[in-house]
Design a protein. Structure first.
Length: 542
């Protein structure tokens, strides 16, 4: 093996290890986001019953649930022992896999650009943070990049195995999340634009025959359909699954344009990536304001402007005659067109959640790797190249510092732009308090949760508790040793319960408070048990 190849392999291994170091530690530190908890609950239900039926209105595709069975069986062993960290292993490993997949494009990006892109993918705060989220997004990003990379390798080699792998990835994209259709449109549009603008530049092997073989495309398409059908039918036990997967697009369009509480302006994604200051969008207007009204931030500053800036340089290089040496012009133009189209489509849809931007951020990261190499090479003079290289490395390290803060120190802080409607640690304190009260009550404790607001992830943490009931409105008999409600429903519940309860208030997520009510007799017994071990002292709240 050539020395350059060995050096590249060693660097890639180091970048892969860095990606894992950001993604795997302390996966259980942050409480489940409501969306995570729903996915986790459905995964455990699939493990316990072996039954899954796709719901076209909610919860997205089945691939996450079936993949989630693997760590349950290998590490947890049963549903009761399955915790947050066990399930989050799935997106964490796929997130690290995205970093390694970049290497399949090395002869199209150029090896230095591929390594730079892999490093940026490893330390991007958004990529790191959502690799630790048990939702479908990181799987969709992985399968999207796999489809593009396998398609590229097929064009380079005309080997049918790459076509089959591309088909597998396309099918898994559909079985992961309905928004895969945006990636399909962006990839098809990008391929068409490349064909129109770079005829004769498409990579061709003189003795390999046509650009693509119809047989290979048919085989790849068959694999894509088979994989999607197998998962949506729950491995051929639910015939309506594939039809429901198509029906879901009616709900997707309706939700996308209604938006609701997730309705954000067109520049939401770009503004989030450009920067937030003290939890508020900075963007270009924020930067202008800071220039005219300078002040020191009181909280964390977040920005992935490095990736956006380098991606812009990479796009200029791809579309100019000064393309990066060792890169393929057709692939670079494909990435430009894909990224622009995907960004435009996602930005045009009013319904926005920050993790959705990963589907085009991965394209920006690939172009950013190209841009970093182009910028250094365009300078020509060695001292300038070294100086800019050091600056870029320092900026990339700063990205990693942000990623670490986002994943750990500010994982549940509302000033973290990626912690969107994130559950506060208070929910775990409620669960701990219930465990203590249950011990005082002799092992069984009736708990009534009454709220017309979204109280997830509480059902995930209280799963398996037979004495817990759930109501949207107060039942005729609302009395129980413990009653849990949310701030918006508190008055209605108190009208049924009177003043016989001691209450404690916990943050559930931004704008939602969790009210834990403990009946006075149980609370007195709890305090008595505490005084026996901790000495005299009564009072306090749950």
């Amino acid at each position: 093996m050539k020395r350059a190849t060995l050096a590249s392999a060693a660097l890639l291994a180091a970048v892969g290890a860095l990606a894992i170091a950001f993604r795997l530690p302390r996966l259980a530190d942050r409480p489940m986001h409501p969306d995570e908890a729903v996915q986790a609950y459905k995964t455990v239900l699939l493990y316990e019953t072996g039954d899954y039926h796709y719901d076209p209105q909610e919860h997205h595709g089945p691939s996450l649930y079936y993949l989630g069975l693997v760590p349950i069986r290998l590490w947890a062993g049963d549903a009761a022992a399955t915790d947050d960290a066990t399930l989050r292993l799935v997106p964490a490993l796929f997130g690290a896999g995205v970093v390694l997949l970049v290497w399949l494009l090395r002869d199209g990006l150029g090896r230095p650009a591929a390594l730079a892109a892999a490093f940026l993918a490893a330390v991007s705060p958004a990529m790191v943070f959502y690799s630790r989220y048990y939702i479908q997004e990181m799987l969709l990003v992985f399968f999207t990049l796999l489809a593009m990379a396998a398609g590229w390798r097929y064009l380079r080699t005309r080997h049918v195995g790459w076509a089959i792998l591309a088909g597998l990835a396309v099918g898994l994209m559909h079985a992961t999340k309905e928004t895969c259709v945006i990636a399909y449109v962006a990839m098809a549009g990008a391929a068409g634009l490349v064909w129109l603008t770079t005829r004769g530049e498409i990579p061709a092997q003189p003795d390999a025959g046509p650009l693509v073989r119809r047989r290979d495309i048919a085989l790849a398409s068959a694999v894509a359909v088979l994989v999607s059908v197998a998962l949506f039918t729950s491995f051929f036990t639910n015939a309506s699954g594939p039809i429901d997967s198509l029906r879901s697009y009616a709900y997707l369009v309706s939700r996308g344009y209604e938006g609701g509480i997730h309705n954000h302006p067109w520049h939401y994604y770009l503004g989030t990536l450009l920067g937030t200051l003290d939890g508020e969008w900075a963007g270009w207007r924020g930067v202008a304001h800071l220039m005219t009204h300078p002040r020191l931030p009181t909280g964390p500053v977040w920005t992935e402007a490095l990736i956006l800036g380098l991606a812009l340089i990479g796009a200029v290089a791809a579309l100019s005659r000064r393309a990066v040496r060792g890169a393929d012009s057709a692939l670079l133009k494909f990435l430009v067109f894909y990224t622009v189209l995907a960004t435009a489509i996602y930005s045009a849809v009013p319904y926005k959640t920050p993790w959705c931007m990963l589907s085009f951020l991965v394209g920006m990261i690939l172009l950013a790797g190209v841009g970093a190499v182009a910028l250094v090479r365009w300078l020509r003079r060695r001292p300038l190249q070294v100086a800019v290289g050091v600056l870029l490395l320092g900026a990339a390290v700063h990205l990693g510092w942000q990623a670490h803060r986002a994943a750990f120190r500010f994982a549940t802080d509302s000033r973290n732009p990626y912690a969107y409607a994130q559950t506060y640690p208070g929910v775990l304190r409620v669960v701990d308090r219930l465990r203590e009260l249950r011990a005082v009550a002799g092992g069984r404790l009736v708990v009534k949760v009454i709220s017309d607001e979204n109280y997830w992830p509480l059902p995930w943490y209280l799963r398996g508790e037979e004495d817990v009931g759930w109501w949207d409105v107060p039942p005729d008999d609302a009395d129980a040793p413990v009653v849990i409600t949310t701030g918006g429903s508190q008055a209605a519940v108190e009208a049924h319960l009177g003043d016989r309860y001691v209450q404690g208030i916990y943050g559930l997520r931004p704008g939602v408070m969790l009210v834990l009510g403990v009946r006075q007799d149980l609370w007195d017994a709890f305090l008595a048990s505490r005084s026996e071990t901790a000495g005299p002292g009564r009072g306090g709240t749950p």
